[in-house]
Design a binder for this molecule. Structure first.
Ligand code: NAP
Length: 251
């Protein structure tokens, strides 16, 4: 049995095992099994893979999408440009890294984009936020990150603090994207703190969180007349792309 799985911390809430079990069953691949692997410290990656030689491919989730990079032999061009990896494949004993989040995000939200969505505020600065920013740039949409962490505001370009957000800034950026884990089961009341009076009917609000279906962030935006979508389509699409990469590379 070849093992695949999701590596992160925490991973117990993940929908990926069910998603991939369905894929394996449809493809008649009884030789594959997809599990979750909780790894609190990425510094344990080499020991973890050495102790689990049956693992041939992995998805990577929070908080390891960026910190995994030094442990890989090679990463592809898109993952390099984004600076984060969410898909791994073992080839000849070496781990290769790819990023399918950017592709999944772009494909999931493109049908909702209108000409007025020229600039975006991205809440969070982690691996998913970077993939979202990369995708939006390829679509010609300007991006600004919003962070609660002062070091990020110093280290990265185009980052402002939540305390700097004004209703005017919110009115100006008609695309608002939550790339933080706030609002995810079981903490479903969680939501970014923004000046909601700036949100209106021309806004498109995207929450990368996919559980629950309608998050507090989405509910608050819908109350202001905005259009809102969750991260379910992105989750499905990024998984499809991972599956394609694995199959093309001999899984
Ligand atoms: P990550 O690398 O851990 O980054 C999350 C970022 O959110 C952090 O960098 C942090 O930014 C911010 N953050 C964390 N806790 C916060 C809090 N309490 N208040 C405000 N900001 C907070 O995680 P990730 O991999 O980017 O994933 C982020 C979320 O997107 C997760 O919920 C994940 O499940 C979801 N996601 C969904 C999909 C999908 O397919 N739908 C794909 C990827 C990720 P600062 O320190 O700068 O504030």
């Amino acid at each position: 049995m070849k093992k695949l799985g999701l590596l992160g911390h925490p991973v117990s809430h993940s929908m990926s095992p069910k998603l991939f079990a369905d894929k394996f069953s449809k493809a008649g691949r009884l030789d594959l099994e997809y599990l979750t692997y909780d790894l609190p410290e990425i510094s344990d990656f080499n020991t973890f893979t050495a102790n689990n030689p049956d693992i041939v491919a992995l998805n990577v989730t929070t908080p390891h999408k960026e910190s995994i990079i030094p442990y890989l032999s090679e990463i592809d061009e898109e993952a390099q440009a984004i600076g984060a990896v969410n898909t791994l494949l073992k080839a000849n004993g070496k781990w290769m890294g790819y990023n399918t989040d950017g592709w999944g995000f772009r494909r999931s939200m493109q049908p909702f984009l209108r000409g007025r969505h020229e600039s975006a505020l991205i809440f969070g600065t982690g691996g998913a936020a970077k993939a979202v920013a990369y995708s939006l740039k390829t679509l010609g949409i300007a991006c600004y990150f919003v962070s609660r962490t002062p070091e990020k505001q110093r280290q990265m370009s185009n980052v402002i603090g939540f305390n700097e957000l004004t209703p005017e800034a919110i009115k100006h950026h008609l695309l608002l994207i939550n790339c933080t884990p706030l609002g995810m089961e079981p903490d479903t009341d969680g939501c970014v703190q923004i000046p909601w009076q700036g949100v209106g009917k021309d806004h498109l609000v995207v929450d990368l969180v996919y559980n629950p279906d309608v998050t507090t962030f989405m509910t608050r935006a819908i109350e202001k007349g905005a259009e809102a979508m969750n991260g379910c389509d992105m989750l499905r699409l990024q998984a499809e792309k991972s599956w394609d990469i694995w199959l093309k590379n001999g899984l």
